[in-house]
Design a protein around this ligand. Structure first.
Ligand SMILES: [Zn+2]
Length: 434
């Protein structure tokens, strides 16, 4: 018989109801049976379930990181003050001497960093099978997009077939992983290749992950066919097909729009350089957006206008991007940075509760997983975090979302991470006590 377990905690943030003070989370196998006040569970001395009393803690759903590249986790932040293309060249150069074992170590470093800061679901972009292979060994769930590049229109069919072959190898590994494509960016994927990927995504009802309107240097390319992008492509031998096939457009969004490539399945990351005109087009096409504020900051790419995103009613979430353009993969830190920066740049206030939704429930909606994760409710996956709030006992708990976002640190206060009803990570200092 499968044992039911009741997790008791001072505060439970279930996400579809008010915060529960003095609550319980009843789990059976990998799923949640019910969530409520401790007294709702009746006689706790009966043997209906095992009880784990976590004491002075806060329990919330696991965090969802909507944009990463785990391959580069072990690279320290690469100087991005000259913008995207010089940074991309540095990125390529930094890993030139890496062997397979270096990439594998880097991926695992990233997986551990994500898990130990409360990430239970990750949206990964990868050019090869390595991160799939490593993610398949661990508890983190993931949507993995195979990165597709292709500047030459004549090679679109070949590139697409190769990508399909690759994708079929993905799907055999693990049921916790979902697979799709990541056309890298409009400036790197030719029109016929985009058409094939769009057709595939619509037919298979899969998201398409892409970088969009990330840097001022992209705009220079689209509008004038000049700037650091030209040097970069010359360097990697891709300039010729680009000059041959790419016409001038106002932006990447303009290119996608005029070529009828803006499918609603697109999940677009960055938009730090999107104009209001771009955003109006994207909204009309129901595109979902991902904000990576620290990556945009370190690469000198400005920042997205979340005030305008909200006015237009976009569904948006947050990603950390990779450690090559960030300091770590900690989503709470990313969120705090986002909230502070939006206040500073746009005088736009994001409440702790809205910020929390961006890394849990709204993120789940973006990847169409909101019937499984992002909430603590009956029938959902038992993916949750336990934070120690013992030292915060002076607080009134009047705003538990504020407590979580502003007073807790994942590296200090995160005690346990549970995925599918199993302990997936445990803080070291807790281990010592046992
Ligand atoms: Zn990225």
């Amino acid at each position: 018989m499968i044992q039911k377990t009741l997790h008791l905690s001072k505060i439970i943030l279930a996400n579809d109801k008010e915060a529960i003070i003095g609550g319980g989370l009843l789990i059976e196998d990998s799923k949640i049976i019910s969530v409520g006040k401790k007294e709702d569970f009746g006689d706790l001395t009966s043997k209906n379930f095992q009880i784990i009393d976590h004491g002075e803690t806060l329990i919330c759903p696991g965090f969802i990181n909507l944009h990463t590249h785990l391959l580069y986790s072990k690279l320290n932040l690469i100087d991005g003050s000259d913008g995207l293309f010089p940074w991309l060249k540095e990125l390529i150069d930094s890993t030139l001497n890496w062997r397979e074992k270096d990439f594998i170590a880097s991926i695992n470093y990233g997986i551990n960093q994500a898990l130990s800061s409360g990430t239970t679901y990750i949206v990964e972009n990868t050019p090869n099978l390595l991160s799939v292979q490593e993610l398949a060994k661990g508890p983190i769930k993931a949507l993995i997009g195979l990165e597709v590049f292709g500047s030459n229109e004549e090679e679109a069919e070949k590139t697409f077939q190769e990508a399909l072959d690759f994708n079929s190898k993905f799907s055999i590994l693990n049921s916790q992983l979902n697979f799709t494509f990541s056309p890298h960016a409009p400036y790197d994927v030719s029109k016929p290749l985009w058409e094939k990927l769009t057709h595939w995504s619509t037919g298979n009802n899969k998201p398409l992950l892409t970088h969009l309107e990330e840097s001022p240097q992209e705009k220079l390319w689209w509008q004038r066919k000049s700037g650091p992008g030209v040097d970069f492509w010359k360097n990697i031998n891709r300039l010729e097909p680009k000059l041959k096939y790419w016409k001038k457009y106002k932006s990447g969004v303009d290119f996608l729009n005029k070529n009828d490539l803006l499918s609603k399945n697109i999940i677009a990351t960055h938009l730090s350089q999107a104009t209001k005109e771009d955003l109006l087009i994207l909204k009309e096409k129901n595109i979902k957006l991902v904000h990576c504020p620290r990556s945009n900051f370190y690469l000198n790419n400005g920042t997205a206008n979340l005030k305008f995103w909200n006015e237009l009613g976009f569904l948006w979430g947050i990603g950390t991007d990779s450690n090559a353009s960030n300091k770590n993969l900690d989503l709470l830190e990313e969120l705090r940075f986002a909230i502070n920066q939006q206040k500073l740049v746009y005088n736009f206030s994001i409440s702790a509760k809205d910020g929390f939704s961006a890394i849990t429930s709204n993120a789940a909606k973006i990847i169409s997983k909101d019937s499984y994760i992002g909430y603590l409710k009956s029938g959902y996956c038992a993916d949750f975090l336990i934070f120690n709030i013992k030292e915060k006992s002076g607080c009134t708990y009047s705003d538990p979302y504020h407590l979580l976002i502003w007073d807790l640190n994942s590296n200090k206060d995160l005690k346990e991470v549970w995925i599918n009803g199993q302990k997936a990570w445990l803080a070291k200092h807790v281990l010592h006590k046992i």
